[in-house]
Design a protein around this ligand. Structure first.
Ligand code: HEM
Length: 144
């Protein structure tokens, strides 16, 4: 989920030292960074790049299984950022969502409502990934 739909679509950093980013091919130009340049790291694009994730539009949680996770290239999975300023709440966030889903699915069936848009469309604009028209679903209590 966080690979295909990272809630925060990009990260920013401010350059503290001059740095030249060398390119891999002659067709591209090296990029010179100066002190105080602001850099945007496009998480969404990195997560959807077929060189990083073959068949990137496919929702395939098995990419992250114990067997396959060694194939994920370093710094290509960034939902919580990376480095010394990465998300301090990442473990709490993952635990919270698991508990929430467990409790909901234990007691309810999720059903579409008149407002549910299927297939889900990503809202345009803004820095956060969200659904166009909002996330709407109904809860039908499961009889014990
Ligand atoms: C799915 C939920 C969440 C996502 C996707 C998320 C994502 C992120 C990202 C991308 C960053 C920037 C990292 C970087 O620049 O490298 C960040 C920073 C941060 N997040 Fe989260 N976050 C989530 C939940 C939370 C929660 C639950 C908390 C607190 C309880 C939290 C607290 C923070 C803090 C304090 C920072 C700033 C860290 C710093 O600058 O040193 N986040 N988060």
């Amino acid at each position: 989920m966080l690979r295909k739909w990272p809630p925060i679509i990009a990260k920013d950093r401010i350059c503290t030292k001059p740095y030249t980013l060398r390119t891999a091919t002659k067709e591209e130009k090296d990029i010179e960074f100066k002190v105080d340049d602001m850099i945007w790291i496009p998480t969404h694009a990195i997560h959807r790049c077929p060189e990083n994730y073959p068949n990137p539009e496919k929702f395939d949680p098995e990419r992250f299984s114990d067997e396959n996770k060694g194939n994920i290239k370093p710094y290509t999975y960034l939902p919580f950022g990376v480095g010394s300023r990465n998300c301090i709440g990442s473990r709490f966030a993952l635990l919270e969502v698991k508990v929430l889903l467990f409790k909901i699915l234990l007691n309810f069936e999720l059903i579409p409502t008149a407002k549910t848009i299927i297939p889900l469309k990503v809202a345009k604009g803004g820095l956060n990934h969200t659904a166009e028209g909002g996330f709407w679903f109904g809860l039908k209590r499961i009889q014990a």
